[in-house]
Design a protein around this ligand. Structure first.
Ligand SMILES: Nc1ncnc2[nH]cnc12
Ligand SMILES: [Zn+2]
Length: 344
């Protein structure tokens, strides 16, 4: 376990992507569900992807084990424990209700399970949280709207809406009305854009959906005018390096564009996306970048500060975390971040 992260926030994490193979088998046994794999190793062998869709196919197969509120609570608790152990102080997590209601799991069970785990996190781990309801962009806008309506009717505790799943062919503008509704309800708004999709999807997320952050956004570098816009407005990008390698958005970690994005002045953060599938959690992402020689200690400080500033934490909590970060940065070099070969 890594213990030397600077105080920081994770802003791009899919709860469904935190299901480790061991957990999938354990929950399947509890629910008496037969899995299409005979062993954990056989399942693990499938964790090699060619693109986003190849990952989504496996991820959506595996979540079939989730049936009860307890299952959702256990999945969420396991992530929070791992995140806290890494040193994270705030986490905003995505949930895809449609991926569960479509299988017949009642929305109240899904939301109650996740909420019960999130609600104890600050007290138990000193880790504050926020839930973002994400819409499957390969489903219709009507389905997204029905999901938002149902979540609002439940008075479920969520802070915002997001947009994820198969990107190409499903531009943000398809969801203009539901994002307008979310805005009217006072919800935060984010969207995946520019992961596999073109820069025009990032423009649409900003100008049509009015999002406050872009998830991924790495393809922004293909459009200079867009980069200028992102820098000028300091739009946060939640970048997920190990995800980008796993899903072949980039060739390898050494050629990840994060250093370029930092140099250009884009407000980037580092996140894990689907840590059970892509080789690790936020600390693992930072380790991989550091070991590839892509990050300086100053970069690590910038990334931590960006993650806190880009979060939807309330102003008091943000100030508290920024103060904690300043204290950590004033400690001798080597205690926090930037030190290859730290204990695991
Ligand atoms: N990286 C990703 N892109 C789009 N949808 C996702 N759902 C889970 N992870 C995702
Ligand atoms: Zn994602």
């Amino acid at each position: 376990m890594h213990t030397s992260m600077l105080p920081a926030a994770e802003l791009h994490l899919h709860l469904e992507g935190t299901l480790e193979p061991e957990t999938i088998f354990a929950i399947a046994e509890r629910n008496k569900i037969a899995l299409p794999y005979s062993s954990i190793d056989q399942l693990r062998a499938r964790y090699a992807f060619t693109d986003l869709q190849s990952f989504l196919d496996l991820c959506y197969t595996n979540i079939d084990v989730l049936r009860t509120a307890e299952d959702f609570a256990d999945m969420t608790t396991a992530y929070l424990e791992r995140a806290a152990a890494a040193g994270l102080r705030h986490a905003e997590v995505f949930l895809n209700p449609q991926a569960h209601t479509a299988r017949g799991v009642p929305l109240p069970d899904v939301m109650a399970g996740v909420a019960s785990a999130l609600s104890g996190s600050l007290r138990t781990h000193g880790l504050s949280t926020g839930l973002i309801v994400a819409f499957l962009r390969d489903e219709s806008e009507e389905s997204a709207m029905a999901t938002l309506d149902a979540a609002l009717a439940l008075d479920a505790a969520f802070i915002g809406v997001g947009l994820d799943s198969a990107e190409v062919g499903h531009p943000p503008s398809k969801f203009a009305t539901v994002f307008q509704r979310a805005r009217a309800e006072g919800l935060h708004r984010v969207a995946h854009a520019g992961e596999e999709g073109p820069p025009s999807y990032i423009w649409e997320a900003l100008d049509v959906l009015g999002v406050e952050r872009i998830d991924h956004g790495v393809r922004c570098l293909e459009d200079d005018q867009l980069v200028r816009r992102l820098v000028e407005d300091q739009v946060p990008l939640t970048v997920c390096p190990l995800s980008n390698v796993s899903l072949r958005v980039v060739d390898d970690i050494a050629s990840h564009p994060l250093p370029t994005m930092l140099e250009r002045g884009i407000k980037v953060t580092v996140n894990s996306d689907d840590p059970a599938y892509f080789g690790g959690y936020v600390d693992d992402n930072l380790d991989a970048l550091t070991q590839a020689g892509l990050l300086t200690r100053a970069d690590l400080a910038t990334l931590a500060r960006n993650s806190i500033e880009a979060s939807f934490a309330d102003p008091g909590r943000k100030q508290q975390l920024l103060t904690e970060l300043s204290v950590a940065l004033s400690e001798p070099e080597g205690k926090h971040g930037g030190t290859p070969g730290r204990p695991t």
